[in-house]
Every structure is written in structure tokens, then in C-alpha cells.
Design a protein around this ligand. Structure first.
Ligand code: ADP
Length: 476
């Protein structure tokens, strides 16, 4: 791999650093060691935060046009090096190379979007009720940002936080998932090449997620914490962040329903189901977890979905024909199997797939006649499993879709416009895919309700997450 970007070092205060103590990163496709990273200490994390605070004092005064120009330069460099970045990604997280190229493009769309949107952090003027003052607002960066990111989108979850933070005038201490730190460090290299001043972005690598999480969430110099990961960890970080009243953005677990009404275009629904379910082998927070199919089209949809799933090619992400890569680790594979065994023991039937293949590979499976009391109805599976439930009425489908404490994405298919409006209004989720299985977009707000989180990423809302509103009252 290109050693300019495949760097086995952390990045603190403008320097790539090594440590004697390291941890291994495993390629999930072959279970071989891909490389090592320094296992930094909490003291290193503290030092990075202090340096970020120091750098903030000057970065916030850099004109926004210049800040945006640097982010734009990063966008251009990512474009040039997209193939290298995709290769690093596939090797650290297992997703098929074409998907990695897609993720690099998606990740980069945040660089492009925020390099523009950063210029539009408008304040406002406010009519004064008594007339003896002029009232206005300005928006300013919150300060030092801590970003903690997961392994399933090693670059996009990073740029979605880093790009708006940088253009807003914030500095960032980023802790990438210990399974996939190489994409994050490659971004630090891109930042360096683009001329980002030293101290504005730090990438701290460690096995000690808990210790680093606590430091980032409690250190008084950090003004904002942005986390993507599980609801359980999100709760802990919010509790810890409360002690210093930090701003928080939490993008947490989902349990997406996918409803197919009898008036849907079934072929399109099957296509959407594959797109919404199998990206990254089902390991995405917006992945469909529960398929609710109206009884009139249950057999037809099941048959067509089964045929489509049976064709999916499983293998090493670097092989051209691969559509489904390995799961990230044994724990992930165990959870998938646990959900299947549970559903089958409660009466579900397998129509295709379901075998554990060698290593961390798993044949995508379709389960029909899944009872609503199955574990999969309540918990996020994070794997290539389609669980099909049957329903009779619209009201029943909405009730089933809303029955979990999560509310990230929800999808449904119907050709009836009035139903589309009705159902969109009633589904409890932050994002609704109507006749589509793909909804992520840099210009649209991504985020959840209920246990799926707080705040939005992407779009102008995603910029506001890194800005404070300051009110100015001029006596005249
Ligand atoms: P996932 O299922 O995606 O691994 P996690 O919430 O466990 O979800 O992990 C997401 C990110 O949070 C990763 O970067 C991980 O290292 C980090 N993390 C895990 N546990 C903690 C913790 N207790 N405090 C802070 N961060 C954590």
C-alpha cells in the first residue's frame, strides 16, 4: 500500500508519533495483521486536548474563507487519492472495494459541502421591541471538539464531524475506532498536505476506548463531544459530559423497519431492500433490521427477495466480484447467529443462506414467518440477515414499526401518495426513506430520535452543531 497514506502513527500537534507500546489491527477478510498503531495513554490524550485548545485561539481568528479553502483543498486531495484511501478502508474494515470507493466519495461530499456551507454561518438582525437598541446575533465556533467514531464507516463518520468543525473555527481531537484507525490517520495526512495549521486536528489512537472516552467527555477544555456508535456508550458519554455541561451530538444505534404495502412496486421494493440491507454486510446503523410485508404481497416479495439475496457474492472485499465482505469480528458473527437461532426456535423458516462460511464470512440469509417475539424484532442485528414479518393493516404496520425504543431510519414502499404522507407523518424516526432504500446525503440532516440519538449531521443543521449563537445588544 502507498506509505504516504498508510501510516502506523498517531497525529498530535502536527507530528506523526510512534510509541513503543502498540496494538494490532486485523484485516477481517484474512484475519492477518494489517499493521499496528501506537497505544497512546490518557496523558497523551490530555496533551492533544491542551494543544487543540492552544491552536483554537488562532484558528478561530483565521478568516472563514481561508478555513473553507483548506477544507476545499482537502476535498481535492481526497479525490486524487481516492483509490489508496479505498484500499486502506477495505483492508481495515472488510467492506468490498467498490463500496469503499463509494464511501470515500460519500465522505468527501462532506468536505465539499461544508467548504461551501461554512461561508453561510449567517447571524440575523432582530427588531427591537422598545426601539432604543439594535439587536443582532452572530455565530461562532464552540471551541475544542472531541470526536469519537466507529469502525463501520472509517472515513465518512470522521469527515461528517471534522469538516463542519473545521470550517466553524473549531479544533478537533479525534479518537477513531481501534479496529479502523488507518483511514482517520490518512485524513490527518491529507489535512497536513492541504496546509491545515498544526494543532487544529489531532488523531489519538488507543485500545483504551473507555479511558479516552472519559477524558474527552470530562476534560473542561473540550466544549463539545460528537459521538457515533452504540446507544450504551452514548449514554455513558452523555452522563460524563454533563459534569462540564458540554454540547453533545449523539448518532446511536438504530433498528430500521422496512414496510412494503400491497400497493407497492414490488420489484422496486426488492431493489431498495437489497440497498438498504446489505451495505457493509448489513453493518450500518441505518440498515434494515425488520421487514414488514403486507399479507397480500408477502409470498411474492419473499420469493423475489430470496432470489436476489441468493445471488449475492460473498468474499474478500478486494476481489472484484464481491458484494458482501466479512463481518468485523467474531462478536459480530456470534450476534448474527444468536438472532437466527432464536428466530428459528420461535418458528421462523430459512428461505436462503444462513451458513457460517470460513473465517468471518457469512452467507446472507432470508428468514420468513418471523414471530414478533423474536429477538431480532427488538435488537439491532448488524449483519446480513433479512427478517420478514407479516402484517394486515396500515395501522398495524405503523404500530410494529414504532414498537422499539430506537428511531434512526425507517423505510416504506407504496405507490399511493396519500398513504405516503400519512405514514411518513406517523413513523417515529429521524429519517424516512419513501420508495427508496438509500437516504444518506451530505446536504440532508442525518440523525435519530428516541434512543437513536440527539443532533443532526450533514446539511446546515450539521454546521449549527459546531456553532454557538451569540446575541449582541447595541444601545443607541
Ligand atoms: P460499535 O458497536 O460500533 O463498536 P461502540 O459504541 O462500542 O459501537 O464503539 C463506537 C466507538 O466508541 C469506537 O470508537 C469505540 O472505540 C468507542 N468506545 C467504545 N467504548 C467506549 C467507551 N466506554 N467510552 C468511549 N468510547 C468508547
Amino acid at each position: 500500500m502507498d506509505n504516504t497514506f498508510f501510516i502506523e502513527k498517531a497525529y498530535i500537534n502536527g507530528t506523526f508519533i510512534s510509541r513503543e507500546r502498540t496494538f494490532d489491527i486485523i484485516n477481517p477478510a484474512n484475519l492477518e495483521k494489517l499493521g499496528t498503531m501506537p497505544d497512546l495513554t490518557v496523558a497523551d490524550c490530555k496533551a492533544a486536548i491542551a494543544a487543540a485548545d492552544e491552536a483554537w485561539k488562532s484558528w478561530r481568528s483565521v478568516p472563514v474563507g481561508e478555513r473553507c479553502a483548506i477544507v476545499r483543498k482537502m476535498f481535492e486531495l481526497i479525490q486524487v487519492h481516492r483509490e489508496t484511501l479505498a484500499e486502506i478502508m477495505t483492508k481495515e474494515c472488510g467492506k468490498p472495494y467498490t463500496e469503499s470507493l463509494g464511501e470515500v466519495e460519500y465522505a468527501n461530499s462532506f468536505m465539499e459541502w461544508f467548504a461551501e456551507e461554512g461561508k453561510r454561518a449567517y447571524g440575523e438582525t432582530i427588531p427591537s421591541l422598545k426601539g432604543n437598541t439594535h439587536l443582532a446575533t452572530v455565530k461562532q465556533g464552540v471551541g475544542v471538539v472531541a470526536a469519537i467514531t466507529p469502525w463501520n464507516f472509517p472515513l465518512a463518520m470522521v469527515t461528517r464531524k471534522v469538516a463542519p468543525a473545521l470550517v466553524a473555527g473549531c479544533t478537533v481531537v479525534l479518537k477513531p475506532a481501534s479496529q479502523t484507525p488507518f483511514s482517520a490517520v490518512a485524513l490527518a495526512k491529507i489535512a497536513e498536505l492541504a496546509g491545515l495549521p498544526k494543532g487544529v486536528l489531532h488523531v489519538v489512537t488507543s485500545k483504551d476506548s473507555k479511558g479516552f472516552g472519559e477524558e474527552l467527555a470530562t476534560n473542561p477544555l473540550v466544549r463539545k463531544i460528537s459521538f457515533t456508535g452504540s446507544t450504551e456508550v452514548g449514554k455513558t458519554l452523555m452522563e460524563q459530559a454533563a459534569s462540564t455541561i458540554k454540547r453533545v451530538s449523539m448518532e446511536l444505534g438504530g433498528n430500521a423497519p422496512f414496510i412494503v404495502f400491497a400497493d407497492a412496486d414490488i420489484d422496486k421494493a426488492v431493489e431498495g431492500a437489497i440497498a438498504g440491507k446489505f451495505r457493509n454486510a448489513g453493518q450500518t446503523c441505518v440498515a434494515v433490521n425488520r421487514f414488514y410485508i403486507q399479507e397480500e404481497v408477502y409470498e411474492q416479495f419473499t420469493e423475489k427477495l430470496t432470489q436476489a439475496v441468493a445471488k449475492l457474492q460473498v468474499g474478500d472485499g478486494m476481489d472484484e466480484e464481491t458484494q458482501i465482505g466479512p463481518l468485523i469480528n467474531q462478536k459480530g458473527l456470534d450476534k448474527v447467529q444468536e438472532h437466527i437461532v432464536d428466530a428459528v426456535s420461535k418458528g421462523a423458516k430459512i428461505t436462503t443462506g444462513g451458513k457460517a462460511l470460513e473465517k468471518l464470512f457469512f452467507a446472507p440469509i432470508v428468514l420468513r414467518d418471523v414471530p414478533t417475539k423474536a429477538l431480532i424484532a427488538e435488537e439491532e442485528t448488524f449483519g446480513p440477515v433479512c427478517a420478514l414479518f407479516k402484517f394486515k393493516t396500515e395501522e398495524e404496520a405503523i404500530g410494529l414499526a414504532n414498537q422499539t425504543p430506537y428511531g434512526l431510519a425507517a423505510y416504506f414502499y407504496s405507490e399511493n401518495i396519500r398513504r405516503c404522507h400519512r405514514v411518513s407523518e406517523k413513523l417515529e424516526a429521524g429519517m424516512i426513506g419513501i420508495n427508496t432504500g438509500m437516504l444518506s446525503n451530505a446536504s440532508a440532516p442525518f440523525g435519530g430520535v428516541k434512543l437513536s440519538g440527539i443532533g443532526r449531521e450533514g446539511s446546515h443543521y450539521g454546521l449549527d452543531e459546531y456553532l454557538e449563537v451569540k446575541y449582541l445588544c447595541f444601545g443607541i
